[in-house]
Each structure stands twice: as structure tokens, then as C-alpha cells.
Design a protein around this ligand. Structure first.
Ligand SMILES: [Zn+2]
Ligand SMILES: [Zn+2]
Length: 278
């Protein structure tokens, strides 16, 4: 039996009783729901929910749980010639999902942007022969179910096979990573970002938050660091965390314009100094 946090979808190690707390939800970037901390068994979720798949781009397939569960993100399967990669993850894994993924070519690795989407990653890895899960070392403390299949990497970039690169951008989490695929979009490149930069609903802009549910913006220096970390990588397309949240038009230009727009909102040079509570 394994317990999942209902609010964030994180899976905990097998046990007869649920944990006392979900550190992911008690952190200021998430929240404990109105009903207090709630848990559900994976075995129960397998009875009440299912996963759907849909194509989101050239060789890119979305996998989403219906009805919505946890934060509501979708995972992406990137078809990459000799070995597909699962980007980000969802809590539900069942035999139908394994068949579906195998029909799309299986997966040979998993990489996850940040702790909000770790969900049932170890369960997913095991379902496909204990494939490696690549996470950044700086977010190790947030892993709730440690396992030998998790490979922590250090530094700023990590080259996987087939022109795929993990890039640590920091910000929302210290070890926040994005995935760059050089071969996607006929060689113009694609970027997979999860929560950061997050694609705006108009799909022409992206944005940056320290906490999305608690409306805490990301500081300007971190935004500049993200843009600088991505500067060396060409990409025409950018995939966010939600179904069909993919930037329309040239994604790299959209990132630059979005960062300029965002930083303008922080420009207080023409404002008198304000004090609250006096
Ligand atoms: Zn949680
Ligand atoms: Zn997040």
C-alpha cells in the first residue's frame, strides 16, 4: 500500500498508515487543502481515475489523469529515436497506462522539473524496468520516496543522450531544471519547462512565480538568471505544465519579451518609497 497526498499528488513509501505530514504541501510554495491533510491509496486512485493521452507536438505526447488529481499537470512523453523520455510525471500509473506508453515506444528515462511533479516517479520507473530518474541534487531534500533509480546530478547542465540537455535554472526551487531537445522542431529546438517559465493562458507570453497558488512572484535577479541560463540554447517551441499550454510563435522571442514585461512590473525607480502599516 502506498499513500498519495491528495493536494500535491506526492507518493510516500509503502506503509500501513499514511505519513503525519506532507512537507511539499506544508512548504510556502504549496498549501494544505481546506479539509486539512488528505491521503488516498494509489490502489484506490487506480479504480477512480484513468490516464488519457493526446499529441501536443511533433513526437510529443501528453499524459493526463481524468478527472483531475493533485496539481493537475500533465506529463509529456518525448519520442527520441533510441529511447523516449518522460518529462514530468503524474500520480496515477496503471496497466492501461503502461500499455499506452509501450505503444508509443516505451520510456528509457524520466526527468522531472521540480518537487511539485515528483508524484509517483518511483512507481513509474519500476513499471518500465527501473529506468533512471534524473533530478537535480539541489532538490534532493524534497524527495519523499528515495530509491536507487533516482540519479542526482550537480552543476548547471547535464547532457543526456540524443541531443537532450537538462538545464538547472533555479528560481521556483533551487534545483529547478528544464529539458532542452536540440533535434525537435526540425532542429530549431524545443524547451520543456514545467512550472517555470510557466506558459500564460494567451500562449504568447510566459511568466515566473516563486509560488503559484500563493501568488508570490519570483525576484528579479532570479528571472534574469533564468533568461541567462537559457540564452545559449535555441528553441522554437516551449511546453508548459498544462495541457496545450505551448507557446505559439517563436518561443525564444516570447521568453525575452515576457522577461522584459515582468521586470518592468518591478521597476520602482519612479515611485516614492512606500511604508506599510504607518
Ligand atoms: Zn502534498
Ligand atoms: Zn511548482
Amino acid at each position: 500500500m502506498t499513500h498519495l497526498c491528495v493536494t500535491c499528488g506526492t507518493q510516500y513509501p509503502p506503509g500501513d498508515h499514511p505519513p503525519q505530514h506532507c512537507p511539499i504541501c506544508e512548504d510556502e510554495r504549496q498549501y494544505v487543502g481546506l479539509e486539512g491533510q488528505q491521503w488516498v491509496l494509489l490502489e484506490k486512485l487506480q479504480k477512480t481515475h484513468r490516464n488519457t493521452s493526446f499529441q501536443e507536438g511533433d513526437g510529443v505526447w501528453g499524459i493526463q489523469t481524468v478527472p483531475d488529481f493533485g496539481i493537475g499537470q500533465r506529463a509529456l512523453l518525448l519520442q527520441a529515436g533510441q529511447g523516449n523520455i518522460l518529462w514530468d510525471c503524474v500520480s496515477l500509473i496503471n496497466s492501461d497506462t503502461v500499455s499506452l506508453i509501450k505503444a508509443l515506444g516505451g520510456i528509457s528515462a524520466i526527468a522531472i522539473s521540480h518537487p511539485h511533479y515528483y508524484t509517483s516517479m518511483v512507481e513509474w520507473s519500476r513499471a518500465f524496468g527501473s529506468v533512471p530518474i534524473y533530478l537535480h541534487e539541489d532538490d534532493r531534500e524534497w524527495v519523499q520516496r528515495p530509491d536507487p533509480c533516482i540519479k542526482f546530478w550537480r552543476g548547471e547542465t547535464y547532457a543526456l543522450e540524443q541531443g537532450l540537455t537538462l538545464i538547472r535554472v533555479g528560481g521556483h526551487f533551487p534545483g529547478f531544471q528544464v529539458l532542452h531537445s536540440a533535434a525537435s522542431e526540425q532542429g530549431q529546438g524545443a524547451l520543456f519547462t514545467g512550472d517555470q517559465p510557466q506558459v500564460c493562458p494567451d500562449r504568447r507570453y510566459v511568466s515566473f512565480m516563486y509560488s503559484y497558488p500563493n501568488f508570490i512572484p519570483l525576484d528579479a535577479a532570479s528571472v534574469r538568471r533564468i533568461v541567462a541560463a537559457l540564452e545559449p540554447f535555441p528553441f522554437a517551441r516551449l511546453y508548459g505544465a498544462w495541457r496545450n499550454f505551448v507557446v505559439q510563435g517563436n518561443a525564444k522571442d516570447a521568453l525575452r519579451h515576457s522577461a522584459e514585461r515582468y521586470l518592468k512590473a518591478f521597476d520602482t525607480s519612479s515611485e516614492p518609497r512606500r511604508k506599510f502599516g504607518s
